[in-house]
Design a protein around this ligand. Structure first.
Ligand SMILES: *Cc1c(COP(=O)(O)O)cnc(C)c1O
Length: 374
Protein backbone atom coordinates (compact mmCIF):
# COMPACT_ATOMS: atom_id res chain seq x y z
CA UNK A 1 0.00 0.00 0.00
CA UNK A 2 1.33 3.43 -0.89
CA UNK A 3 0.72 6.17 1.64
CA UNK A 4 -0.81 9.24 -0.01
CA UNK A 5 1.49 12.17 -0.57
CA UNK A 6 0.74 15.15 1.64
CA UNK A 7 0.85 18.76 0.46
CA UNK A 8 4.22 20.40 1.19
CA UNK A 9 4.65 21.31 4.83
CA UNK A 10 5.84 24.85 5.63
CA UNK A 11 9.49 25.23 6.59
CA UNK A 12 10.32 24.94 10.29
CA UNK A 13 9.76 28.09 12.32
CA UNK A 14 11.91 31.11 11.66
CA UNK A 15 11.61 31.41 7.90
CA UNK A 16 9.33 34.36 7.67
CA UNK A 17 9.58 35.94 4.24
CA UNK A 18 6.74 34.71 2.00
CA UNK A 19 9.07 34.73 -1.01
CA UNK A 20 11.54 32.50 0.80
CA UNK A 21 8.76 30.14 1.90
CA UNK A 22 7.65 29.90 -1.68
CA UNK A 23 11.13 28.91 -2.74
CA UNK A 24 11.50 26.12 -0.15
CA UNK A 25 14.34 24.10 -1.66
CA UNK A 26 13.12 20.66 -0.66
CA UNK A 27 10.03 18.62 -1.44
CA UNK A 28 7.59 16.42 0.46
CA UNK A 29 8.72 12.93 -0.47
CA UNK A 30 6.50 9.83 -0.74
CA UNK A 31 6.40 7.23 2.01
CA UNK A 32 6.16 3.84 0.35
CA UNK A 33 5.51 0.51 2.01
CA UNK A 34 7.83 -2.02 0.39
CA UNK A 35 6.38 -5.50 -0.10
CA UNK A 36 9.76 -7.00 -0.95
CA UNK A 37 11.60 -5.50 2.03
CA UNK A 38 8.71 -6.29 4.38
CA UNK A 39 8.81 -9.92 3.30
CA UNK A 40 12.57 -10.03 3.85
CA UNK A 41 12.41 -8.33 7.26
CA UNK A 42 9.34 -10.08 8.66
CA UNK A 43 7.60 -6.80 9.51
CA UNK A 44 6.21 -3.77 7.66
CA UNK A 45 8.99 -1.72 6.05
CA UNK A 46 8.16 1.82 4.90
CA UNK A 47 10.68 3.70 2.75
CA UNK A 48 10.80 7.49 3.10
CA UNK A 49 12.06 8.34 -0.36
CA UNK A 50 14.58 11.11 0.36
CA UNK A 51 16.52 9.97 -2.70
CA UNK A 52 13.86 11.93 -4.63
CA UNK A 53 14.89 15.29 -3.13
CA UNK A 54 16.10 17.83 -5.72
CA UNK A 55 19.75 17.26 -4.71
CA UNK A 56 19.38 13.46 -4.53
CA UNK A 57 19.52 13.29 -0.74
CA UNK A 58 17.81 14.42 2.48
CA UNK A 59 20.48 17.14 2.72
CA UNK A 60 18.17 19.39 0.69
CA UNK A 61 16.12 19.72 3.90
CA UNK A 62 18.85 20.64 6.39
CA UNK A 63 21.00 22.74 4.14
CA UNK A 64 17.98 24.27 2.41
CA UNK A 65 16.57 25.33 5.77
CA UNK A 66 19.98 26.59 6.93
CA UNK A 67 20.24 28.84 3.87
CA UNK A 68 16.66 30.12 4.31
CA UNK A 69 17.41 30.99 7.93
CA UNK A 70 20.64 32.76 6.99
CA UNK A 71 18.77 34.72 4.30
CA UNK A 72 16.10 35.77 6.79
CA UNK A 73 18.77 37.53 8.90
CA UNK A 74 19.96 39.69 5.98
CA UNK A 75 18.44 43.03 4.95
CA UNK A 76 15.73 42.57 2.29
CA UNK A 77 17.12 42.65 -1.22
CA UNK A 78 20.56 41.33 -0.22
CA UNK A 79 21.90 38.90 -2.78
CA UNK A 80 24.45 36.72 -0.98
CA UNK A 81 26.78 34.19 -2.56
CA UNK A 82 26.50 30.67 -1.10
CA UNK A 83 29.70 28.75 -0.28
CA UNK A 84 30.23 25.07 0.53
CA UNK A 85 33.35 22.92 0.98
CA UNK A 86 31.68 19.55 0.41
CA UNK A 87 32.41 17.49 -2.69
CA UNK A 88 29.54 15.25 -1.69
CA UNK A 89 25.83 15.48 -1.11
CA UNK A 90 26.10 18.55 1.14
CA UNK A 91 27.73 20.52 -1.68
CA UNK A 92 25.06 19.32 -4.10
CA UNK A 93 22.33 20.35 -1.67
CA UNK A 94 23.90 23.81 -1.29
CA UNK A 95 24.03 24.28 -5.07
CA UNK A 96 20.49 22.99 -5.67
CA UNK A 97 19.09 25.18 -2.89
CA UNK A 98 20.97 28.22 -4.20
CA UNK A 99 19.78 27.83 -7.77
CA UNK A 100 16.20 27.31 -6.51
CA UNK A 101 16.54 30.61 -4.64
CA UNK A 102 18.16 32.36 -7.60
CA UNK A 103 21.52 32.72 -5.81
CA UNK A 104 25.04 31.87 -7.00
CA UNK A 105 26.92 29.03 -5.25
CA UNK A 106 30.63 28.23 -5.19
CA UNK A 107 31.93 24.87 -3.97
CA UNK A 108 35.55 24.21 -2.99
CA UNK A 109 36.25 20.46 -2.98
CA UNK A 110 39.34 18.40 -2.14
CA UNK A 111 41.37 17.04 -5.06
CA UNK A 112 40.18 13.53 -4.16
CA UNK A 113 36.60 14.40 -5.21
CA UNK A 114 35.38 12.11 -7.96
CA UNK A 115 34.75 13.55 -11.45
CA UNK A 116 31.20 12.15 -11.17
CA UNK A 117 30.43 14.49 -8.26
CA UNK A 118 32.18 17.49 -9.83
CA UNK A 119 30.11 16.96 -12.98
CA UNK A 120 26.95 16.82 -10.88
CA UNK A 121 27.87 20.07 -9.10
CA UNK A 122 28.29 21.79 -12.49
CA UNK A 123 25.09 20.24 -13.83
CA UNK A 124 23.20 21.51 -10.76
CA UNK A 125 24.24 25.03 -11.74
CA UNK A 126 27.26 25.79 -9.54
CA UNK A 127 28.75 29.24 -10.22
CA UNK A 128 32.21 27.71 -9.70
CA UNK A 129 33.76 24.44 -8.50
CA UNK A 130 37.30 24.89 -7.14
CA UNK A 131 39.49 21.84 -6.41
CA UNK A 132 42.01 22.42 -3.62
CA UNK A 133 43.90 20.35 -1.04
CA UNK A 134 44.31 16.68 -0.31
CA UNK A 135 41.47 16.41 2.20
CA UNK A 136 38.30 18.19 3.24
CA UNK A 137 40.00 20.25 5.98
CA UNK A 138 42.32 21.88 3.43
CA UNK A 139 39.52 22.57 0.96
CA UNK A 140 37.45 24.05 3.78
CA UNK A 141 40.32 26.28 4.98
CA UNK A 142 40.96 27.48 1.43
CA UNK A 143 37.26 28.26 0.99
CA UNK A 144 37.06 30.30 4.22
CA UNK A 145 40.47 31.98 4.24
CA UNK A 146 40.91 32.70 0.54
CA UNK A 147 37.71 32.41 -1.50
CA UNK A 148 35.19 33.82 0.99
CA UNK A 149 37.71 36.39 2.23
CA UNK A 150 38.23 37.66 -1.34
CA UNK A 151 34.46 37.81 -1.92
CA UNK A 152 33.92 39.84 1.24
CA UNK A 153 36.91 42.10 0.52
CA UNK A 154 35.10 43.11 -2.67
CA UNK A 155 32.03 43.99 -0.61
CA UNK A 156 30.11 40.78 -1.34
CA UNK A 157 27.88 39.03 1.19
CA UNK A 158 28.72 35.37 1.84
CA UNK A 159 26.75 32.53 3.40
CA UNK A 160 28.98 29.63 4.44
CA UNK A 161 27.09 26.33 4.70
CA UNK A 162 28.49 23.64 7.04
CA UNK A 163 27.66 20.01 6.21
CA UNK A 164 25.98 18.84 9.44
CA UNK A 165 26.92 20.60 12.67
CA UNK A 166 24.37 23.39 13.04
CA UNK A 167 20.95 23.60 14.79
CA UNK A 168 19.31 25.11 11.67
CA UNK A 169 20.44 22.04 9.70
CA UNK A 170 18.94 19.73 12.32
CA UNK A 171 15.68 21.73 12.31
CA UNK A 172 15.49 21.33 8.52
CA UNK A 173 16.23 17.61 8.74
CA UNK A 174 13.55 17.21 11.43
CA UNK A 175 10.86 18.02 8.85
CA UNK A 176 11.28 14.46 7.56
CA UNK A 177 9.81 13.11 10.81
CA UNK A 178 6.87 15.51 10.73
CA UNK A 179 6.10 14.35 7.20
CA UNK A 180 6.39 10.67 8.12
CA UNK A 181 4.01 11.13 11.07
CA UNK A 182 1.50 13.09 8.94
CA UNK A 183 1.64 10.53 6.12
CA UNK A 184 1.17 7.58 8.47
CA UNK A 185 -1.67 9.33 10.28
CA UNK A 186 -3.38 10.12 6.96
CA UNK A 187 -3.21 6.43 6.10
CA UNK A 188 -4.68 5.50 9.50
CA UNK A 189 -1.45 3.86 10.60
CA UNK A 190 -0.50 5.63 13.83
CA UNK A 191 3.14 6.20 14.75
CA UNK A 192 6.05 4.05 13.57
CA UNK A 193 7.63 1.56 15.98
CA UNK A 194 11.16 1.96 14.62
CA UNK A 195 12.91 4.66 12.58
CA UNK A 196 16.18 3.83 10.87
CA UNK A 197 18.72 6.36 9.56
CA UNK A 198 22.42 6.50 8.83
CA UNK A 199 24.97 8.65 10.65
CA UNK A 200 27.89 10.60 9.22
CA UNK A 201 28.32 13.69 11.37
CA UNK A 202 24.93 13.13 12.97
CA UNK A 203 22.96 15.95 11.35
CA UNK A 204 20.27 13.57 10.13
CA UNK A 205 20.13 11.70 13.45
CA UNK A 206 19.74 15.00 15.31
CA UNK A 207 16.89 15.93 13.00
CA UNK A 208 15.20 12.56 13.57
CA UNK A 209 15.55 12.82 17.36
CA UNK A 210 14.33 16.44 17.43
CA UNK A 211 11.43 15.57 15.15
CA UNK A 212 10.40 12.69 17.42
CA UNK A 213 10.82 14.93 20.49
CA UNK A 214 8.54 17.56 18.98
CA UNK A 215 5.83 14.94 18.46
CA UNK A 216 6.32 13.38 21.91
CA UNK A 217 7.42 10.12 20.31
CA UNK A 218 11.04 9.73 21.43
CA UNK A 219 10.02 7.65 24.45
CA UNK A 220 8.24 5.04 22.34
CA UNK A 221 10.03 4.87 18.98
CA UNK A 222 13.28 2.92 18.61
CA UNK A 223 15.88 4.74 16.52
CA UNK A 224 18.49 2.61 14.76
CA UNK A 225 21.56 4.71 13.89
CA UNK A 226 23.46 3.00 11.08
CA UNK A 227 27.15 3.38 10.26
CA UNK A 228 29.60 1.43 8.14
CA UNK A 229 32.68 -0.13 9.71
CA UNK A 230 35.54 2.29 9.18
CA UNK A 231 33.22 5.30 9.56
CA UNK A 232 31.70 4.36 12.91
CA UNK A 233 32.30 7.64 14.74
CA UNK A 234 29.03 7.51 16.72
CA UNK A 235 29.53 3.88 17.71
CA UNK A 236 33.09 4.65 18.87
CA UNK A 237 31.93 7.57 21.03
CA UNK A 238 29.04 5.59 22.50
CA UNK A 239 31.41 2.72 23.35
CA UNK A 240 33.93 5.13 24.89
CA UNK A 241 31.24 7.00 26.82
CA UNK A 242 32.71 10.29 25.59
CA UNK A 243 32.99 12.17 22.31
CA UNK A 244 35.99 10.66 20.51
CA UNK A 245 37.47 10.98 17.01
CA UNK A 246 38.38 8.11 14.70
CA UNK A 247 42.03 8.09 13.57
CA UNK A 248 40.95 7.77 9.98
CA UNK A 249 38.09 6.79 7.72
CA UNK A 250 38.52 3.42 6.04
CA UNK A 251 34.96 2.88 4.79
CA UNK A 252 34.09 3.49 1.14
CA UNK A 253 30.84 5.10 2.31
CA UNK A 254 32.43 8.56 2.11
CA UNK A 255 29.19 10.40 2.94
CA UNK A 256 29.44 8.82 6.42
CA UNK A 257 33.11 9.77 6.70
CA UNK A 258 33.10 12.24 9.59
CA UNK A 259 35.87 11.31 12.05
CA UNK A 260 33.80 12.82 14.85
CA UNK A 261 30.05 13.32 15.21
CA UNK A 262 28.45 16.57 16.32
CA UNK A 263 28.51 16.77 20.14
CA UNK A 264 24.73 17.03 20.12
CA UNK A 265 24.40 13.71 18.28
CA UNK A 266 26.46 12.01 20.96
CA UNK A 267 24.40 13.69 23.68
CA UNK A 268 21.08 12.66 22.11
CA UNK A 269 22.26 9.07 21.75
CA UNK A 270 23.45 8.90 25.38
CA UNK A 271 20.77 10.88 27.18
CA UNK A 272 18.57 9.34 29.88
CA UNK A 273 15.85 7.17 28.34
CA UNK A 274 17.41 7.33 24.86
CA UNK A 275 16.09 4.72 22.44
CA UNK A 276 18.88 5.39 19.95
CA UNK A 277 20.79 2.20 19.20
CA UNK A 278 24.01 2.20 17.20
CA UNK A 279 24.42 -0.44 14.47
CA UNK A 280 27.61 -0.94 12.44
CA UNK A 281 27.74 -3.04 9.26
CA UNK A 282 30.68 -3.65 6.90
CA UNK A 283 30.87 -1.93 3.50
CA UNK A 284 30.14 -5.26 1.84
CA UNK A 285 26.71 -5.39 3.48
CA UNK A 286 25.99 -1.72 2.66
CA UNK A 287 26.81 -2.56 -0.96
CA UNK A 288 24.44 -5.54 -0.83
CA UNK A 289 21.72 -3.20 0.43
CA UNK A 290 22.29 -1.03 -2.65
CA UNK A 291 22.03 -3.75 -5.28
CA UNK A 292 19.11 -5.52 -3.61
CA UNK A 293 17.22 -2.21 -3.35
CA UNK A 294 17.87 -1.67 -7.05
CA UNK A 295 16.53 -5.16 -7.84
CA UNK A 296 13.63 -5.16 -5.37
CA UNK A 297 12.44 -1.54 -5.63
CA UNK A 298 14.19 -0.16 -8.75
CA UNK A 299 15.88 2.57 -6.71
CA UNK A 300 19.56 3.58 -6.85
CA UNK A 301 21.24 4.83 -3.67
CA UNK A 302 24.84 5.14 -2.47
CA UNK A 303 26.60 3.03 0.19
CA UNK A 304 25.78 5.54 2.94
CA UNK A 305 22.11 4.74 2.33
CA UNK A 306 22.35 1.06 1.40
CA UNK A 307 23.57 0.29 4.91
CA UNK A 308 20.00 0.92 6.15
CA UNK A 309 18.50 -1.33 3.53
CA UNK A 310 20.95 -4.13 4.36
CA UNK A 311 19.52 -4.27 7.86
CA UNK A 312 16.17 -5.40 6.43
CA UNK A 313 17.62 -8.62 5.01
CA UNK A 314 18.64 -12.01 6.42
CA UNK A 315 17.68 -11.53 10.08
CA UNK A 316 19.87 -8.47 10.67
CA UNK A 317 16.98 -6.35 11.98
CA UNK A 318 16.13 -8.71 14.85
CA UNK A 319 19.81 -8.95 15.72
CA UNK A 320 20.09 -5.14 15.82
CA UNK A 321 16.94 -4.74 17.92
CA UNK A 322 17.88 -7.75 20.06
CA UNK A 323 14.29 -8.95 19.94
CA UNK A 324 11.81 -10.62 17.61
CA UNK A 325 9.89 -8.32 15.29
CA UNK A 326 6.13 -8.64 15.00
CA UNK A 327 4.64 -8.94 11.48
CA UNK A 328 2.50 -5.84 12.15
CA UNK A 329 5.44 -3.77 13.43
CA UNK A 330 6.09 -0.58 11.40
CA UNK A 331 9.68 0.24 10.57
CA UNK A 332 10.45 3.44 8.64
CA UNK A 333 13.73 3.57 6.73
CA UNK A 334 14.86 7.13 6.03
CA UNK A 335 16.12 6.33 2.55
CA UNK A 336 18.65 9.15 2.63
CA UNK A 337 19.68 8.63 -1.01
CA UNK A 338 22.96 10.10 -2.27
CA UNK A 339 24.37 10.89 -5.70
CA UNK A 340 27.55 8.82 -5.48
CA UNK A 341 26.12 5.85 -7.38
CA UNK A 342 25.84 4.70 -11.00
CA UNK A 343 24.61 1.50 -12.62
CA UNK A 344 28.25 0.61 -13.19
CA UNK A 345 29.13 1.08 -9.50
CA UNK A 346 26.20 -1.14 -8.47
CA UNK A 347 27.46 -3.79 -10.85
CA UNK A 348 31.00 -3.49 -9.47
CA UNK A 349 29.78 -3.83 -5.89
CA UNK A 350 27.92 -7.01 -6.73
CA UNK A 351 31.00 -8.42 -8.48
CA UNK A 352 33.14 -7.64 -5.44
CA UNK A 353 30.75 -8.47 -2.62
CA UNK A 354 28.27 -10.92 -4.15
CA UNK A 355 29.29 -13.52 -1.55
CA UNK A 356 27.47 -11.49 1.12
CA UNK A 357 24.12 -12.62 -0.20
CA UNK A 358 25.13 -16.25 0.22
CA UNK A 359 26.16 -15.47 3.78
CA UNK A 360 29.79 -16.55 3.61
CA UNK A 361 33.01 -14.58 3.41
CA UNK A 362 34.78 -14.58 0.07
CA UNK A 363 37.81 -16.31 1.57
CA UNK A 364 35.87 -19.40 2.62
CA UNK A 365 35.18 -22.06 0.01
CA UNK A 366 31.67 -23.53 0.19
CA UNK A 367 33.06 -26.99 0.94
CA UNK A 368 35.05 -25.83 3.95
CA UNK A 369 33.79 -26.89 7.37
CA UNK A 370 33.04 -23.71 9.26
CA UNK A 371 32.69 -23.78 13.01
CA UNK A 372 29.08 -22.92 13.78
CA UNK A 373 28.55 -19.63 15.54
CA UNK A 374 26.42 -20.13 18.65
C1 LIG B 1 25.28 13.26 4.54
C2 LIG B 1 24.70 11.94 4.34
C3 LIG B 1 24.51 11.05 5.40
C4 LIG B 1 24.92 11.37 6.82
O1 LIG B 1 24.32 12.52 7.30
P1 LIG B 1 24.89 13.30 8.56
O2 LIG B 1 23.93 14.39 8.78
O3 LIG B 1 26.27 13.76 8.22
O4 LIG B 1 24.94 12.31 9.70
C5 LIG B 1 23.90 9.84 5.13
N1 LIG B 1 23.52 9.50 3.89
C6 LIG B 1 23.69 10.32 2.84
C7 LIG B 1 23.25 9.88 1.51
C8 LIG B 1 24.29 11.57 3.04
O5 LIG B 1 24.45 12.39 2.00
Amino acid sequence: MAVPIQPPSPPASGTTSPKEQHAQPWITTPLKESAALSKAAGCRIFLKLENLQPSGSFKSRGIGHYILRALSTLPPGTRPHIFSSSGGNAGLAAVHASTALGLPATVCVPLSTKPLMIAKLHAAGAHAVVSHGAAWAEADAHLRDTIIAAHEAKGGVAIYTPPFDHPDIWAGNSTVVREIAAQMAAAGEGAPDVVMCSVGGGGLLNGVVEGLDALGLSGSVDVLALETAGAESLAASMAAGSLVSLDKITSQATSLGAVRVARKAFEYAMREGSRVRSVVLPDAEAAMGCWRLADDERLMVELACGVNVALCYDGRLEKALRRKVRPDEKVVVVLCGGSNVTAEMLHGWREEYGWVEKGMPKTEAPSEVVKPVV
